[in-house]
Write a protein that binds this ligand. Structure first.
Ligand SMILES: Cc1cc2nc3c(=O)[nH]c(=O)nc-3n(C[C@H](O)[C@H](O)[C@H](O)COP(=O)(O)OP(=O)(O)OC[C@H]3O[C@@H](n4cnc5c(N)ncnc54)[C@H](O)[C@@H]3O)c2cc1C
Length: 461
């Protein structure tokens, strides 16, 4: 029996988690690939550093446990023993309001109140908003609504104050986005389903909680003991026998007689199968001459820029223990910081006893200018904010800046329609797949799923 010609390597453009996942799942089937990325380190925005003996994540620090794709991949790579969960028993999030930190009320599920007493007692929201939240329970089902912004949607259910002090700060930590631009259908599809079926988000959330039995021992977030960089290392190692890495930028993707040509600086690669796992704006520029309409549609997916700054103190200089996962600063109260995580509270194994690590988030929609500040300017700005918000006057022992320009996809109103348009055009190019955070989820599990699906779709060509 003839074994036939060995398959042509699939060309994967972009070596973030989406491209690495695609290479992994191709390799698992014994299929070769070539991964193209100009960066000296693979992993895209996933990067772990060790600074002053702390494990400091430069990009993402964890993934949602509820989505299975990350754990599936971690098990595949033999890293399951290294998984740690968030310390949910000490989970609290503070919101800065009117000159003080106010905890999010207990029972608040992604801006939906599910418990009356803590919501009524909380000083985060005015009586007018609490009254609206109560009345929201009386809403009837509303199926078939057009896409709206998250801001309009939440304002309709709970009023404008709930957008300012809940939706905007909560979403800016995930998307760095403007709630009046983000699409509720693409960002919070469960809310749209609840509105259609129950009318009230509170009713829908309570029904969902009753239907799903409480998970024993599960935590909201998971990560790896040595940081998410160890996932990238393991992926590189596992894929190595099947995947060659070329550290160059892909410049253009065009058709050739047999499939596609990918032009790099010094060579052109050919294959029948290409997975573009670079951000949508980069994908847009790559396909400009292949299909200008596809390029235009990809270019309409906005990205925001963000920055994380690790600020490390000697514990003896900061006697206060901050008993929360962190805090969020709503837009009207914001000077520089969008949010900050107290890493020693959120995870074990990250920060030695004699240190305190604060991970600060800056940038986001409207805050892009922060990325162009010098390190000294940033240090002045961040330390002033930490003094204002936490009363922290100590001098840090380390200040570590990571800039992520155009890194977070914004699923703006009409995103689902835009994806239909992109899929419609892309279907004209068999063997060409798109993966990455620009399309159907920006979290790590979503990106892994996108890479895996792209690898599946490449099957057998
Ligand atoms: C600061 C920050 C914090 C986050 N926190 C979390 C979190 O805690 N949990 C979570 O689940 N998600 C989080 N996210 C989101 C998540 O990490 C990202 O959406 C995901 O990692 C993106 O992976 P990706 O492979 O799609 O893209 P990227 O990581 O952006 O990788 C894209 C790759 O494409 C390469 N590339 C670009 N152009 C070209 C070209 N022309 N040729 C070749 N290569 C090219 C780039 O060099 C890059 O390596 C966070 C994101 C950021 C920025």
């Amino acid at each position: 029996m003839s074994s036939g010609p060995s398959p042509q390597p699939t060309l994967i453009i972009g070596g973030g988690i989406s491209g690495l996942a695609a290479a992994h799942y191709l390799g698992k089937r014994g299929e070769p690939s070539i991964l193209i990325d100009p960066c000296s380190r693979l992993g895209g925005v996933i990067q772990t550093n060790t600074v002053s003996s702390c494990v400091l994540e430069a990009g993402p620090d964890s993934f949602l446990s509820a989505k299975p794709e990350a754990m599936e991949l971690i098990r595949d790579l033999g890293l399951a023993d290294e998984v740690i969960g968030s310390n949910d028993h000490q989970r609290a999030t503070w919101i800065w309001r009117d000159g003080r930190m106010v905890p999010l009320p207990d029972g608040l599920m992604m801006m939906v109140p599910t418990r009356i007493v803590p919501t009524v007692r909380s000083s985060l929201l005015s009586w007018g908003t609490k009254f609206r939240m109560g009345m929201e329970l009386l809403r009837g089902p509303k199926p078939g609504q057009p896409d709206r912004s998250v801001g309009e949607f939440i304002e309709d259910h709970y009023g404008a104050e709930a957008v300012t002090y809940l939706a905007e700060p909560l979403l800016s930590g995930v998307y760095g986005g403007d709630p009046y631009k983000l699409s509720v259908q693409s960002v919070l599809p469960r809310f749209v389903e609840m509105e259609a079926k129950f009318g009230s988000l509170t009713k829908g959330t309570l029904a969902g909680m009753a239907a799903v039995p409480k998970r024993e021992g599960g935590t909201l977030f998971r990560t790896l003991k040595r940081g998410l960089g160890s996932l990238v290392e393991a992926l590189e190692k596992a894929s190595a026998p099947h995947c060659r890495v070329i550290r160059e930028q892909a410049i253009a993707l065009t058709r050739d007689a047999d499939g596609y040509a990918v032009r790099l600086e010094n060579e052109t690669l050919h294959s029948r199968n290409v997975i573009v796992a670079a951000p949508a704006w980069a994908a847009s520029s790559l396909v400009t001459s292949l299909d200008p309409q596809l390029a235009a549609a990809l270019g309409r997916i906005d990205y925001s820029s963000s920055m994380t700054i690790g600020v490390i103190y000697d514990r003896e200089d900061v006697p206060t223990r901050f008993k929360a996962f962190g805090f969020l600063v709503p837009k009207p109260e914001r000077e520089h910081l969008l949010a900050c995580t107290f890493i020693d509270q959120k995870f074990n194994d990250r920060v030695p006893e004699d240190k305190l690590l604060l991970r600060c988030f800056l940038g986001g929609a409207g805050g892009e200018g922060m990325l162009s500040l010098s390190e000294a300017e940033l240090e002045r700005a961040v330390l002033r904010d930490l003094d204002r918000l936490l009363g922290l006057k100590a001098k840090p022992v380390a200040f570590h800046v990571s800039r992520w320009p155009r890194s977070m996809a914004q699923y703006n109103v009409g995103h689902a329609k835009l994806l239909d348009e992109i899929d419609g055009r892309r279907r004209a190019y068999p063997g060409l797949e798109l993966a990455g955070n620009g399309y159907r989820g920006i979290g790590i599990p979503d990106c892994i799923r996108s890479g895996k699906e792209a690898a599946e779709l490449n099957r057998g060509r």
